[in-house]
Design a protein around this ligand. Structure first.
Ligand SMILES: NC(=O)C1=CN([C@@H]2O[C@H](COP(=O)(O)OP(=O)(O)OC[C@H]3O[C@@H](n4cnc5c(N)ncnc54)[C@H](O)[C@@H]3O)[C@@H](O)[C@H]2O)C=CC1
Ligand SMILES: O=C(O)C1=N[C@H](C(=O)O)C[C@H](O)C1
Length: 269
């Protein structure tokens, strides 16, 4: 027997899934007790170590999420919005901490997490890295210090597989800028510009998205005024930063009261 928390990874074959599996297997603070994939996925039924091209690790990939969650203390979930909502209900049923890295959730989908959070700990963040969460706080401070003479634009770049825009991180940075300015992001958000858009509106917070190649994730917060510009930048070069943050969140959540938390809570920022 061991008292190290047992962790289940959902979406195990994905870019983040595989990074999370390696991170948990390498950790001396947690155990990998399950890996979940979609029903019908070629990995289901295989040992996950073998499926990843290496030696067996004694954990079979399953499509039975509830059975896997019932053996775990935490579920780390970087999949897709509707899958994450299903997993939230099941993780709550199993009373497992649910760490959500999935982005692209609508406001309505986020609201649907609330019932699960009454029974279990949910830690959700569009970016689990220390650097980005620090950048969130810096963005809030700079936005609070500057007036609307400075146009704020969040510019993000990601790999060509990414399906959502603006990125979850860009939205976190936009929210931070809006909070610093004392406004509501929904009232001032300007994304997806194309065609004759008209001049930039004073006070708007803009979003620009680049998609290409294998870019892991880059985010600039630009404060542009007449005669000067400030740029706050984070560049991710390795997905391990997100996986390490997610595992930290899974461990931090043990024994916490049910509810919704984010990485600022986990990192104490
Ligand atoms: N919060 C953070 O720090 C980060 C968040 N992300 C987000 O994580 C998510 C996944 O990103 P990637 O790994 O690049 O995508 P991916 O497409 O490589 O992986 C997604 C995985 O989820 C699986 N999946 C989908 N529906 C499922 C279901 N119902 N049951 C079980 N598995 C299911 C897919 O089969 C796939 O293996 C995206 O929303 C991305 O934006 C990515 C990196 C960092
Ligand atoms: O899809 C990704 O890859 C990433 N998604 C997150 C986001 O939407 O911000 C975090 C990171 O930038 C990588």
């Amino acid at each position: 027997m061991t008292d190290k928390p047992g962790i289940v990874i959902t979406g195990g074959s994905g870019r983040m899934g595989q990074m999370l599996i390696r991170t948990v297997l390498d950790s001396d603070r947690a155990r990998l007790v399950g890996v979940v994939e979609r029903a019908g996925h070629s990995w289901v039924g295989q040992d996950v170590g073998v499926a990843m091209g290496g030696a067996a690790v004694g954990v079979s990939v399953t499509d039975d999420a509830l059975e896997a969650f019932s053996r775990a203390q935490a579920v780390i979930d970087f999949t897709a919005p509707e899958a994450t909502l299903e997993f939230a209900a099941l993780a709550a049923q199993a009373r497992a901490v649910h760490v959500i890295g999935t982005t692209g959730m609508s406001e309505a989908q986020i609201a649907r997490l609330e019932p699960a959070a009454r029974h279990a700990v949910i830690v959700r963040a569009g970016n689990m890295s220390l650097g980005v969460n620090l950048l969130v706080q810096l963005t809030k401070k700079v936005a609070a210090a500057l007036d609307e003479d400075f146009d704020i634009e969040v510019i993000e770049a990601h790999h060509h597989h990414k399906v959502d825009a603006p990125s979850g991180t860009a939205l976190m940075l936009g929210e931070a800028a809006a909070e610093g300015r004392g406004v509501t992001l929904a009232d001032v958000s300007d994304s997806g510009r194309d065609g004759i858009t008209g001049a930039r509106k004073r006070g708007d917070i803009g979003f620009s998205a680049i998609r290409g190649g294998d870019i892991v994730g880059e985010h600039d917060v630009l404060f542009a005024a007449a005669g000067e510009r400030i740029v706050l930048r984070h560049m991710a070069t390795d997905r391990a930063i997100f996986a390490r943050g997610a595992l930290k969140a899974a461990l931090w959540g043990q024994g916490k009261d049910p509810g919704q938390y984010d990485m600022l809570d986990v990192l104490g920022l």
